[in-house]
Design a binder for this molecule. Sequence first.
Ligand SMILES: Nc1nc2c(ncn2[C@@H]2O[C@H](COP(=O)(O)OP(=O)(O)OP(=O)(O)O)[C@@H](O)[C@H]2O)c(=O)[nH]1
Ligand SMILES: [Mg+2]
Length: 211
Amino acid sequence: MVFGRSKRGGKAAPVEPVTLKILVAGGFGVGKTTLVGAVSEIRPLRTEETLSEAGRPVDRTDGVESKSTTTVAMDFGRITIHDELVLYLFGTPGQDRFWFLWDELAQGSLGAVVLADTRRLEKSFAAIDYFERRGIPFTVAVNCFDDAMRYPIETVREALDLDGEVPVMLCDARSRESSRDVLISVVEHALRASARTTAATQAVERTRART
Ligand SMILES: Nc1nc2c(ncn2[C@@H]2O[C@H](COP(=O)(O)OP(=O)(O)OP(=O)(O)O)[C@@H](O)[C@H]2O)c(=O)[nH]1
Ligand SMILES: [Mg+2]
């Protein structure tokens, strides 16, 4: 289910907010857990485990050698955009060995954020491919790490071979405002995509009715 009205006990609110599910995805260590934690108005659910010596042969830590933990199932958080719109955020695990969880997490999502790190841009290819194949709208958000080179948005778009309509933004996953802007971009982009699909369906139906 993509859309839903949240149920609340006690006094009925004048308007129940629409709730949407958004995925926060991307390669290992790009800042998914950080983003969910930065924007969530509830204490985020985290499933961090220590990166062990035993996992070293399979866990790719190149470029983020100082990282000591990784998400092994998911992150979960919630943000109220305004009275009538609440987003439930699901952060994906970053290591390849947890790919099997993605289908479960993606079910019913309106759209996704693909976080990218310009020092390891290739780590985002798999997430982009995943959402493109399933027709799930996504925004690419470049998480600007302090020691990473800054590139123009169009350079990032070209390097990732993205379609013209995919929004690309620069962000700081540690900042609530910046992360909130990224999430709003995902919602707007997904709603535009949905409106285009509806318009196309209606055009097909009108054509059928005439023939
Ligand atoms: N300087 C800087 N550090 C960041 C930023 N975002 C995240 N970090 C740090 O980078 C590390 C990785 O962040 P996480 O949020 O755990 O990354 P993740 O994508 O959830 O990682 P996995 O779940 O293991 O794939 C943490 O130590 C963060 O504090 C950022 O925007 N700037
Ligand atoms: Mg994580």
